[in-house]
Ligand binder design. Structure first.
Ligand SMILES: *[C@@H]1O[C@H](CO)[C@@H](O)[C@H](O)[C@H]1NC(C)=O
Ligand SMILES: *[C@@H]1O[C@H](CO)[C@@H](O)[C@H](O)[C@H]1NC(C)=O
Ligand SMILES: *[C@@H]1O[C@H](CO)[C@@H](O)[C@H](O)[C@H]1NC(C)=O
Ligand SMILES: *[C@@H]1O[C@H](CO)[C@@H](O)[C@H](O)[C@H]1NC(C)=O
Length: 802
């Protein structure tokens, strides 16, 4: 068929007659009873009408809309808009249109007529300049006038890159706004920004051209039948769910989207976004709100649904670095190099996998882990939300009894072993109620299992007719149902949740995974309290600058630095090694003398070590350990700047150490801070002499500052003046200036001193230190020379290699 433009309003009057006749014929077959949005004419404009999304879903969706509504009092015209000139794009558009198919409930004859009609009603328009948008508007108005039609509304679907939104919205506002009483709806596709700030900028740009109620931000997940059923399901099964939908009964909630494909061909887009922005911030977050929000009194009230959703965000606990693990499939690096035209040494740290743990500060869900997980190149394609309930029945004998099996509700979005969308309720919970006829129970089960249970152990319900998400959402746009779309407030709240996490992991290196079945247990995660971590501590080093690739490299390098022992590894393993060495030293000391004296310093480097020690605290001899401070800032111990305060928060409160084994520095005496006459330094020294044999600590942990200071011993002439005293007041160039510190005398008596240095930013300093002679006035750390003990440097690869 040759390409044809829409010809209703043109000179072709006989066509008009024909159309009117057809409409009459179709009307006589009766409407289908769906909601309508005012009688009259609707103009639909798909900007980006020949793009991929339009080709795959949008035209099909609008054709279905047309098929359902043409007989209910609305008339339509459709425009495919784009930047290309009409001669070039029209044939492309008509190729796409020819592929649309009819909904199942339409007979073949009627289908042929509808398709023919749809083609006639559709036209390509070049939409680049303001004049072209003005032309479009004129054309719409002329048509209305010539045909004596009342206008119902104008629907613009922007299927274009997000950077073009503001400009197009502006053009629509200035040229295509319909006259009073007629609706304007503008549909937008993600990405809606890159973080909170950019989303806010975009929202305010759009806000100056469009009213909030005119914007329809699509998240196609909300059009998936199972997702759309979550709230109605919760409502219909309220009497079963009310008693168990809470922290006493829910073990955890999981919202998972696993994909098998990679992102080859989409790298220029994907590399700037990554999995958290691409999937978690929108699709999975939306599902999370549906699972946890308070049920609205009136499910059809968009207003109430949106308000209840919003409330969820304000009760979420902050999500930070310790609530996420990230990964990247191995082939990604090469794909990035190729598609972004980068050299072989270019590394991207964009995550293609993420598992995030959220918690809610609400009595109902307090302590219930909510997991959001998605990734590319995983072992299977599947999407689901599962509520796993606690099961406190212990079956001694009949292990296969239904009581012993997992109790769970699975909202299965599609794919996976089951292949079809379904809601599954394990039979040991309750028999669910489905009030509408659009869902049916599946009685015959194939021999397969879903999330650890044979399908036959579930009540399984599936939609009677499978519907495409986009078609569903297009019909909601037409019906003005805003609850299936993302409001501006909702969008900003979601970015408010994700932006802090995104910035905290911005320079984190993702765990590299091979892809598919080979991932094995590499991406398994472990939940401990409010924190998540990878279950295995093995890390693949795919970019080992010191040699070949190692598949399961727990690679720790041993060598020499400044003629002393050196241990070097990626940060994670380095901390692991230091923790192991520390524990060995502790066990040895306790074996020999019944006590272990450990002196710890402040700063950020040891925090990772503290976390590691806290996690493994059961096996460490904390009962026989005394903890001393290497240095302290002259602030009250309750001040967040206090080293002791940090040590307490990150380590001491998590381990079982007797109170009387903890020795903070007495920086505050007589209600004042670090005054010489108060004798705080002497007091600490006496305490050391009283408890530590020979004032010789078993283990001293030190860091090194950018100016090569260590403990609170800063460059300058004063550094040599402490003589034999073990503790001194010192001055820092940074605030707070006053410090209390162990002296070289105290440090160099220790049996073992460890210097921990991590991060790229320390590379310069470490490079310099590798060359210089001892000169404690200039580089204080070079004054650390245990007279009778071991000194070991722990340097991570970032520090060592820059
Ligand atoms: C649309 O444009 C008009 C001017 O043409 C302006 O007054 C108005 O604020 C704009 N925005 C909205 C939401 O109407
Ligand atoms: C529920 O909300 C819808 C949409 O706002 C409204 O039409 C309907 O009357 C409401 N129902 C009740 C019972 O309030
Ligand atoms: C890749 O980079 C090279 C050198 O900078 C350039 O000559 C070439 O055109 C680039 N190719 C692409 C596809 O950008
Ligand atoms: C104290 O240290 C000295 C020298 O290291 C050692 O000989 C002695 O046994 C230690 N005393 C105790 C009680 O551990």
């Amino acid at each position: 068929m040759p390409p044809r433009g829409r010809s209703l309003h043109s000179s072709n009057q006989s066509m008009l007659v024909c159309v009117v006749l057809l409409l009459v014929t179709l009307c006589s077959q009766g409407g289908n009873g769906e909601e309508t949005q005012g009688q009259g004419h609707v103009s639909v404009v798909i900007v980006g009408g020949t793009g991929d999304l339009a080709k795959k879903y949008l035209w099909q969706g609008f054709f279905q809309l047309y098929a359902h509504h043409v007989s209910s009092g609305n008339s339509f015209s459709f425009y495919g808009g784009g930047l290309s000139p009409a001669e070039k794009a029209t044939p492309v558009l008509f190729e796409i249109l020819k592929a649309v198919t009819c909904p199942k409930d339409v007979s073949q004859e009627r289908c042929a007529i509808l398709r023919e009609q749809f083609l006639r009603l559709t036209e390509y328009k070049q939409l680049k300049t303001v004049e072209e948008y003005q032309d479009l508007s004129k054309q719409i108005e002329q048509q209305l006038q010539q045909e004596g039609l009342t206008e119902a509304g104008r629907l613009f679907y922007l299927s274009v890159p997000a950077f073009a939104y503001a400009d197009i919205a502006e053009k629509i506002n200035s040229t295509c706004r319909p006259k009073g009483g007629t609706w304007l709806r503008v549909v937008l596709e993600k990405p809606f920004g890159h973080d909170f700030r950019s989303a806010q900028v975009l929202a305010s740009q759009l806000g100056s051209a469009l009213k909030d109620e005119e914007m329809y931000r699509i998240d196609h997940y909300l059009g998936k039948q199972v997702v759309a059923k979550i709230l109605p399901f919760r409502e219909e099964n309220k009497k079963f769910l009310d008693p168990i939908w809470n922290k006493h009964h829910i073990e955890r909630v999981e919202i998972v989207l696993k994909e098998t494909l990679d992102v080859k061909g989409r790298i220029p887009f994907y590399d700037q976004y990554g999995v958290i922005r691409d999937v978690l911030q929108n699709h999975l977050t939306e599902v999370m709100t549906l699972m946890t929000m308070r049920l609205p009194v009136n499910l059809s009230s968009s207003e109430e649904v949106l308000q209840n959703k919003l409330r969820i965000f304000s009760s979420l606990l902050p999500v930070g670095k310790n609530q996420a693990v990230i990964g990247q499939y191995q082939a990604y690096k090469a794909q990035v190099q190729q598609e972004l035209n980068m050299t072989k040494d270019h590394i991207s740290i964009t995550p293609t996998f993420a598992a995030v743990l959220a918690h809610m500060d609400e009595a109902q869900y307090e302590g219930v882990p909510i997991l959001l997980i998605s990734g590319k190149m995983l072992d299977e394609r599947v999407g689901y939300a599962r509520v796993l309930f606690k099961n406190d029945i212990f079956c001694l004998q009949n292990q296969n009894s239904v009581h012993c099996k997992p109790k769970q509700i699975v909202f299965h979005f599609g794919h996976g072993s089951l292949q079809y969308p379904a809601i599954l309720v394990s039979k040991n919970l309750f028999k669910p109620v489905f009030k509408d006829s659009q869902w049916k129970e599946v009685m015959e089960h194939k021999d397969l299992s879903v999330l650890g249970l044979p399908v036959s152990d579930y009540y399984v319900h599936t939609p009677t007719e499978l519907k495409e998400a986009y078609s569903e959402l297009i019909s909601h746009i037409f019906a003005g149902r805003k609850d299936s779309f993302i409001s501006t407030e909702n969008l900003l709240a979601s970015w408010g949740m994700w932006t802090p996490l995104l910035s905290s992991i911005a320079s984190s290196f993702p765990r590299i995974y091979p892809g598919g079945a080979d991932n094995g247990g590499l991406l398994d995660v472990n939940l401990k309290g409010k924190e998540i971590s990878y279950n295995s501590e093995v890390v693949i080093i795919n970019n080992n600058p010191l040699g070949g690739t190692s598949a399961n490299g727990f690679q720790v390098m041993q060598g020499k630095f400044r003629s002393c022992e050196m241990v070097s590894a990626w940060a994670e393993e380095l901390v692991e090694k230091l923790a192991t060495d520390l524990q060995e030293a502790a066990e040895e000391a306790v074996r020999e003398g019944g006590v272990f004296h450990l002196a710890l310093s402040g700063g950020s480097s040891p925090l990772a070590l503290f976390h590691r020690l806290a996690l493994h605290h059961f096996s460490f001899p904390w009962r026989d350990t005394h903890v001393w401070m290497v240095d302290e800032r002259c602030v009250p111990l309750t001040d967040p700047e206090s080293n002791f305060h940090n040590l307490h928060d990150h380590l001491l409160q998590h381990v079982k150490i007797p109170y009387y084994n903890i020795h903070p520095m007495p920086v505050q005496l007589n209600q004042r801070l670090c005054v010489e006459e108060d004798g705080g330094t002497l007091q600490y020294e006496e305490e050391i002499k009283k408890l530590v044999n020979g004032s010789s600590f078993h283990f001293v942990l030190l860091g090194v500052g950018y100016d090569a200071h260590t403990a609170s011993l800063f460059p300058g002439p004063k550094i040599d003046q402490h003589g034999e005293s073990l503790v001194a007041l010192t001055e820092s160039p940074a605030k707070p200036h006053q410090r209390m510190s162990l002296t070289f005398s105290a440090i160099n008596r220790a049996r073992r001193v460890s210097l921990l240095v991590m991060g790229k930013s320390k590379h310069e300093m470490i490079t310099q230190l590798s060359r210089v002679k001892d000169n404690p006035q200039k580089w204080p750390v070079t004054g650390v020379k245990p007279s009778d003990g071991r000194l070991v440097w722990y340097l991570d690869y970032d520090t060592l290699l820059g």
